[in-house]
Design a protein around this ligand. Structure first.
Ligand code: 3NM
Length: 510
């Protein structure tokens, strides 16, 4: 049986809005795009459960939507449902398979890599529900109440990738579950994937949701909109950029469009970043008011720079809100994981940020980008470590190592990765280029790294969300920044006078 897992409704009879009925919600959902229904009742008598299951089954059958029964193998067999879903505390999957036979759909909940490995080893499940992705109010006894985020889901997908790769055993499909709704479904579909743009890609097949449909006053509309978000082509770097676009003059386009570059950045560099942004012809704004974010992101040309220079719990929540607003407006976000190579607390903060939504560009020095790579599903602890001293990179890295690191991070996070330095490397999933421009004095000016993020933001704000446009916009930002540095450094006696010359050089570029 071919099963469409894309919009998987899990029911809950305790959250039906006033004026709606449980069966009405299910009926609306299956009439408007739910592709699979799981009946999940945690406190019903067996008799009532069976009666309810029969009614839901009739609704689903009318639309040829398979019905899965949560936990209760007996109820599933009694009503001849299409499948059973079990959690980690329920009947073990091999026993369920023995009872239900090979023609029924069997799903298992997995919250950890170990649980996913066990399901792969048993090789009896058709699909796994991977979660919790984000915090949820619907289920209290979840393994990680904060949610694993896409980073955790990708580690579990990596297990499925290995399992599905050899083709010897039936493939195991997957859905993500927990805290998924209209504001994050497209991001979840984009981010929960390993091996992006390679032959061996493993991605979730859909999203499983409870409250975003069951608690909706208009379950039909909620389902329709969710289905569109899940099945639409990804609005972010969706196409492989085998060719770098060279036709667009981003320097001129930024002057022409004067895009908004919204900075959430650290106090050390705010003024310098604003001046750099103005010099390239863009419009800086430093708002940290969450209520502003949606309106700012709606500007015709806008991008957001998230710079983790001085993180605390409040700024992390603000970053997440901004990333959400720019993701939902389908605008670019640049992430600068300042100092994430220095301490584990900072690396954890960076993990929270990349889990909170899609970032188009990750820009950092080799120490920062390497630290981010250790969070990834493809990271394997090896002897090769890259050290940081505070917010600075402490060492040297060859061009080849830069390329490899930038490609690894670009593939893991499905973004463009910029590894800064005298030889800056820019990579997406498919290729990496090195730009060798700039001046040593740039390293003596605080904020010169952070303000590169501003220029990348300005260029991205006038580019499409998709590669190769975004890639070309980033490369051109690195090149113009380096050119301005080279020109300013040539005549400057020291870093003090370098700064105004650098601003002048940026302002002169056309
Ligand atoms: N299982 P909502 S989270 C049924 O993590 C269920 O295994 C979860 O509800 C898991 O879409 C969950 O309302 C509830 O957040 C998901």
């Amino acid at each position: 049986m071919t099963v469409d897992y894309s919009v998987y409704l899990v029911t809950d009879s305790t959250m039906i809005p006033e004026g709606c009925t449980f069966l009405g919600q299910v009926e609306q959902a299956v009439a408007n795009g739910a592709t699979l229904v799981q009946l999940r009742e945690k406190s019903m008598s067996t008799r009532d459960f069976i009666a309810q299951a029969e009614k839901v089954h009739a609704i689903c059958k009318a639309k040829r939507v398979p019905l899965i029964i949560n936990d209760r193998v007996d109820v599933a067999l009694a009503i001849d449902a299409e499948g059973v879903h079990v959690g980690q505390d329920d009947m073990p999957a091999p026993l369920v398979r023995r009872l239900i036979g090979n023609d029924k759909i069997l799903g298992v909940t997995c919250s950890t890599v170990e649980e996913t490995e066990q399901v792969a080893k048993e090789a009896v499940a058709d699909y796994v529900g991977l979660g919790t992705v984000y915090p949820t109010k619907t289920k209290s006894d979840v393994t990680d109440p904060h949610g694993t985020g896409p980073l955790g889901i990708r580690k579990m997908l990596k297990v499925l990738q290995e399992h599905n790769r050899d083709g010897a055993k039936p493939p195991i499909r997957s859905v993500a579950i927990g805290g998924i709704n209209h504001s994050n479904a497209a991001q979840v579909m984009y981010q929960c994937r390993v091996g992006a743009n390679t032959d061996n890609e493993e991605a979730i097949d859909g999203v499983a949701v409870v409250s975003c449909i069951m608690a909706s006053k208009d379950a039909g509309k909620a389902t329709r909109e969710l289905q569109q978000l899940v099945t639409a082509p990804a609005p972010w770097l969706a196409t492989a950029s085998s060719e770098v676009e060279t036709s667009n003059n981003y320097v001129g386009a930024v002057r022409d469009k004067s895009p908004l570059v919204h900075h959430l950045t650290n106090n050390v560099v705010k003024n310098f970043s604003a001046n750099v942004t103005l010099a390239v012809g863009a419009s800086p704004i430093m708002s940290e008011l969450k209520g502003d974010f949606g309106d700012l992101a709606a500007a015709p040309y806008a991008a957001c720079v998230v710079n983790m220079g001085t993180p605390d719990p409040d700024t992390l929540a603000m970053f997440a809100a901004a990333i959400g607003a720019y993701n939902n407006a389908r605008k670019h976000v640049v992430f600068d994981p300042v100092g994430c190579g220095a301490t584990s607390a900072r690396l954890a903060a960076a993990a929270k940020i990349v889990n909170s939504g899609v970032v188009s560009v990750i820009k950092g020095n080799p120490g920062e980008v390497w630290a981010l790579s250790t969070l990834g599903a493809n990271y394997q602890a090896s002897s090769k470590t890259v050290t940081s001293k505070g917010v600075d990179f402490d060492g040297a890295m060859s061009d080849d190592d830069r390329r490899e690191l930038a490609l690894t991070v670009a593939r893991e996070f499905r973004c463009i990765c910029v590894v800064t330095g005298a030889h800056t490397c820019i990579a997406d999933a498919d290729h990496a280029v090195i730009v060798d421009k700039g001046h040593p004095m740039m390293g003596q000016v605080t904020g010169s790294g952070c303000s590169l993020g501003s220029v990348i933001g300005a260029h991205l704000a006038v580019a499409d969300l998709t590669a190769p446009s975004a890639f070309a916009a980033v490369v051109s930002a690195i090149e113009r920044y380096g050119d301005a540095g080279t020109a300013a450094g040539a005549g400057a006696p020291g870093p003090g006078s370098f700064v105004p010359r650098f601003i002048d050089e940026l302002a002169r570029q056309k």
